[in-house]
Design a protein around this ligand. Structure first.
Ligand code: AGP
Length: 610
């Protein structure tokens, strides 16, 4: 997810664009750039790092242009470097493009363009588009048509702005999957990823839909479909304020990120899950696939929520791919002088890619000869750079300190890795297709769970005064229980413990009374009856039960005081769907207790110290 802005009008575009980029920086903040067009040509400034780095680079240069575009990056293809920052240009530096999204078939397009003589300077997917437009321009001679024709060859998601020195009186914009909104002004027009960058200049906006292309000039704008059909767009009025926009209308980034999960999970699967073949394709692991398949065991290390994802990964990798998996807290792994064999493969999971303990575990594993692989969200982060290979989870920026969408995307990626390895280790194509189609159905199932937020909020209100909570689950839902307990601890400051349900009898059952609510994750799977008997043990001691159960489970009402119903899914993927109500329960509990949800006390988004 990146931030995009464009301005065309009579005013000096640079200060307007930089202010807009500052508003959009929450969307992506690892590098930034601008392109300014005058009749003297194209001027591009781009810099890795925070927006302030770019502002310093531009400095006070007295440069003036009425037409400019700006981009704040959240890298997906190519590390956040000066060169990989946007805008990207064509061979002649006459066309500049900024892009938010992922071009899935960029490698195929790149090879063709290089064969046609184009010099492509970066590894990014976006630069390929600049050259493709250049190629189309040769035949059409007009920018609007060139962009449209180029996009007809593109597969993937995009929100793009294109400018050219040959037509210094327009901005071409196109959308497919990534948001774009035009700001309609007097003698000027703007366009951006969201209205937060426009609101100072106009409240009159036009939202582009997928498959639409727009041409903006200072005086007007026109819109067509990518297939060249005219469209008349309605101009709407912005009614909300800035803070609301950055949070997408949600009260907190955490709630916004919880509601982004249908999209973020899909982005983790996009272009990787091959439902028809019943397998997964992970380009980032291809260089090490042979080592991965020959590995006598897999070691996964991480911290916090990422460690819970690792544990969920162990359950599916061992049962589906039949490969031994060891899961370690990175902070323990680094000091316990672990026994590592040269043919061992280690996965290190981290949202930020900067967690000190996880980096130390990486270096320990490497020093002992293991192949070290990353499952990371932040592109170009230290962990991504130091590992031998890996997979980006593509969850987008996670601003809320309490990790939510990164957790579900980490498990989605572990599911892809499991499917890939399992298909090489005996899982049939038929079984693979069943699992793959179930995995592909998860974004929709998560959307369904989000619809029952009001019900979960009412339960949180009911329990907002308690001091302790117990979360219990079996199998793949033991890590779900751990994650639910961590979320509650982190943001509502209530003491909570997650436990394998059967372990309760070996101690925690002593805590059970009417003041100790117990959350059971109890889907209708092979160990359902076992969990039900644990529920009866709690009820016998007056424990108050909240059950996360399946929609078609009729018996559960008799056992639980509150039931939160979730769609059925393969139990390996259960931690993705079943953790959503636990994220919401923790969020609404924190809200009811007046806690600072996005900046909880004593915590940091990335723990870069020991
Ligand atoms: C989770 O909500 C916390 N923010 C924390 O436990 C976090 O998961 C842990 O610090 C690991 O962070 P990482 O994934 O960025 O390495």
């Amino acid at each position: 997810m990146c931030g995009i802005i464009g301005y065309i009008g009579k005013k000096d575009s640079l200060p307007i664009i930089l202010e807009g980029m500052r508003r959009l920086e929450y969307r992506g903040y690892d590098s930034a750039g601008v392109a300014l067009v005058t009749d003297k040509g194209l001027t591009v400034f781009k810099k890795a790092g925070k927006l302030s780095e770019l502002v310093n680079l531009i400095g006070v240069n007295g440069f003036r242009s009425n037409l400019g575009i700006g981009h704040t990056r959240w890298a997906t293809h190519g590390e956040p470097t000066d060169q990989n920052a946007h805008p990207h240009c064509d061979c002649a530096n006459e066309i500049a493009i900024i892009h938010n999204g992922i071009i899935e078939n960029y490698l195929t397009l790149k090879r063709k363009l290089q064969a046609d003589g184009h010099t492509i300077r970066t590894v990014t997917d976006t630069e390929v588009l600049a050259h493709l437009i250049e190629e189309m321009y040769k035949h059409s001679g007009d920018l609007f048509t060139a962009v449209r024709k180029a996009l007809l060859k593109v597969e993937g998601a995009y929100g793009i702005l294109v400018v050219s020195t040959r037509e210094p009186d327009k901005i071409i914009a196109a959308r497919n999957g990534s948001p774009l909104v035009i700001g309609v002004g007097e003698g000027e027009n703007l366009i951006a990823s969201d209205a937060s960058a426009l609101i100072d200049h106009t409240r009159r906006v036009v939202y582009l839909e997928d498959g639409e292309v727009a041409c903006l000039s200072a005086e007007s704008f026109s819109t067509k479909t990518i297939h060249d059909e005219e469209i008349i767009k309605e101009v709407e009025e912005i009614t909300f304020d800035l803070e609301q926009i950055e949070k997408g209308g949600f009260e907190h980034f955490m709630l916004k990120e919880i509601h982004e999960q249908p999209e973020s999970i899909y982005n983790s699967l996009r272009g990787r899950l091959q439902v028809d073949q019943g397998t997964a394709k992970l380009g980032g692991l291809e260089p090490v696939l042979a080592k991965l398949l020959a590995a006598p065991r897999i070691i996964i290390t991480a911290c916090g929520t990422s460690w819970h994802a690792a544990l969920a990964g162990k359950y599916m990798l061992e049962q589906l791919a039949r490969i031994p998996v060891e899961v370690d807290y990175a902070s323990e792994f680094r000091y316990r002088n672990p026994i590592i064999r040269p043919d061992d493969v280690m996965f290190l999971i981290s949202q930020s890619g900067e967690t000190a303990d996880t980096l130390a575990a990486l270096r320990e594993g490497r020093a002992k000869g293991a192949t070290v692989l990353g499952i990371v969200n932040v592109v170009g982060s230290t962990l991504a750079r130091e590992t031998d290979a890996g997979v980006y989870i593509h969850a987008g920026p996670e601003i809320g300190v309490a990790s939510t969408k990164a957790f579900t995307s980490q498990i989605a990626v572990l599911s892809l890795i499991t499917l890939l390895l399992a298909r090489h280790r005996g899982l049939s194509a038929e079984q693979g297709r069943l699992l793959a189609s179930d995995l592909m159905s998860i974004p929709a199932k998560v959307s369904k769970v989000l619809e029952i937020s009001p019900h979960i909020r009412a339960i949180a209100e009911e329990f907002k005064h308690v001091r302790n909570f117990l979360y219990l689950g079996r199998g793949s839902n033991f890590p779900t229980a751990l994650e639910g307990a961590l979320k509650l601890k982190e943001i509502s400051y209530i003491h909570a413990e997650g436990y394998p349900a059967a372990e309760m009898k070996h101690g925690p059952i002593a805590l059970i009374d009417e003041d100790m609510p117990v959350v059971f994750i109890v889907p209708k799977d092979a160990i359902y009856d076992k969990v039900v008997s644990n529920m009866q043990e709690v009820r016998a001691r007056k424990g108050r039960i909240i059950a996360i159960a399946n929609e078609d489970d009729k018996e559960i009402d008799a056992l639980a005081e509150y039931v939160i119903r979730v769609p059925r899914t393969y139990n390996f993927f259960g931690p993705i769907v079943n953790s959503i109500p636990l994220q919401l329960l923790a969020y609404y509990m924190a809200l009811a207790r007046g806690a600072d949800v996005d900046q909880p006390r004593n915590l940091a988004k990335s723990v870069t110290v020991e």
